[in-house]
Design a protein around this ligand. Structure first.
Ligand code: B1M
Length: 214
């Protein structure tokens, strides 16, 4: 019976059906299904599938956005039950994400934050137009081990370097990995500014984040 439920959960993510994902999560809680199993054996399987299909061009950005939204909705219902059972989901890391100063593009950044959160990271999303000092202060405040910097403009990507310098100035660089992304950002740029990694999309960002803090 549970297997069928898990399959439906995976399918709700693949279809980006937020209401189905939500209803199935409530069903799991009501019928006493282990919430960790529901996440890992159900929803995550769907998210993995969407990631693979997106990677090979068979699914598209709207599919990814809806899948992430459905995943977040389901996880939000299951997490209190997890905490109640005293088996809190393993937190993979603490990430501070935001769009750099001068830049108000937030769609990609939010997607990256959502995917990180859905994949087990504790995420502090600082929003857009975030100063280097604000990134560094938040990273120190929450004890982050990952900072994710999004920039969509060639004129603002230089701010990614400034954030790395701000982390350095605060003596945090040893404990915080920096991941950069955004349309104009490249692997070479990431390497030039001393970032720890670059990803061109949200699925890659999750894999990279796991590698960096793993
Ligand atoms: Co703007 N804009 N925009 N814009 N805008 C671009 C970026 C532009 C390429 C359009 C163009 O001219 N062809 C161009 C930049 C040129 C350049 O610098 N080379 C541009 C410009 C010039 C501007 C303004 C200056 C226009 C003006 O006012 N004259 C202005 C700047 C405002 C500012 O920021 N100060 C501006 C404004 C806007 C809107 C407000 C209208 C709107 C943003 C709305 C919003 O975000 N809430 C907007 C939009 C929508 C775009 C385009 C059309 C789409 C961006 C987007 O959301 N893509 C964009 C052209 C384009 O990219 N095709 C453009 C979808 C999103 C999911 O993808 O953000 O790339 P993306 O995120 C991806 C990856 O990049 C990656 O993963 C995401 C998911 O796959 N990724 C990361 C992103 N961050 C990551 C972080 C990571 C890892 C991966 O780790 C931390």
């Amino acid at each position: 019976m549970s297997e069928t439920l898990f399959e439906k959960m995976a399918q709700s993510i693949i279809d980006g059906e937020v209401e189905d994902a939500e209803a199935l999560a409530h069903e799991a809680v009501a019928t006493g299904v282990n919430p960790l199993d529901a996440i890992n054996e159900g929803y995550v399987k769907g998210l993995d599938y969407v990631g693979e299909e997106f990677g090979c061009g068979a699914m598209f950005l709207p599919d990814l956005v809806l899948a992430a939204e459905a995943m977040k909705t389901a996880v939000a219902i299951l997490e209190p039950e997890l905490a109640r059972r005293g088996e809190a989901r393993e937190v993979l890391g603490t990430a501070v994400v935001g769009t750099v100063e001068g830049d108000i593009h937030d769609i990609g950044k939010t997607l990256v934050g959502t995917m990180l959160s859905a994949s087990g990271f504790k995420v502090y999303d600082l929003g857009v137009n975030v100063s280097p000092a604000a990134f560094a202060a938040k990273a120190r405040e929450v004890g982050a081990n990952l900072v994710g910097l999004s920039a969509l403009l060639t004129t603002t990507m230089v701010k990614q370097r400034d954030v790395i310098e701000a982390l350095d100035d605060m003596g945090l660089r040893g404990q915080v990995k920096v991941m950069v992304g955004g349309a104009p950002v490249t692997k070479e740029w990431a390497s030039d500014i001393g970032a720890d990694g670059y990803s061109e999309d949200a699925i890659g960002a999750v894999a990279l984040a796991k590698r960096l803090v793993g």
